[in-house]
Design a protein around this ligand. Sequence first.
Ligand code: HEC
Length: 196
Amino acid sequence: MSNDPKEPLLLDHNYDGIQELDNNLPRWWVWLFYITIIYAAIYLVYFHVTRTGNLSAAEYDQEMKAGAVVKNAAMGKFESGLSTLTPSSDAMVLENGRQSYAKFCAPCHRADGGGLVGPNLTDDYWIHGSNYTDTVKVIWDGVPAKGMITWKTVLKPDEIQSVASYIYTLRGAKLATPGKLPENQTPVKTGPSQFE
Ligand code: HEC
């Protein structure tokens, strides 16, 4: 093609009338390109050579460990204060408890607490004690050998407190269909019959 000094950038080829200009790249683009190279070098040294930075898997492990510490502390605190717990009568707490009960407990203890696979929670007969703290303990630890789930691995401490408070309100409830009979052959009437 022409060597016309006015068209110094026109490359010497022509495909079906399409010609190409050999423009210099804009400076900002070239600098950006250099920056990405520098960035990649720093990244490589930081994460893979000196291993100063944590890769995402290590970061995840670290977060999980920090989370476990918080969780264990919360569980330990709940456990150590468990013997002084009292049932809540707060409407929000009871409503949360009602929802957890419907979701997690009703399949075994019946929607109204009358008992199915699990025992009747409305009568006065308690296998594991009638005190509120006995109830919380049995929910917390479960009775795996008898089919009652260890809820501390599923529910948070405050959820256990709310579901326990909720079932406390079921004590002495008048059931539309008779509840499950006491499992003890020689039952001992222990529980307070009504939550106040
Ligand atoms: C898979 C069935 C199952 C589910 C789900 C279940 N339970 Fe139980 N639960 C049982 C059985 C079975 C027992 C009796 C354990 C025993 O005989 O020692 C029991 C016992 C109990 C007791 C002790 C009763 C007593 O007489 O001392 C309480 C309180 C209780 N469950 C509350 C709950 C709560 C609250 C939930 C939901 C968070 C729940 N359970 C979910 C099966 C279940």
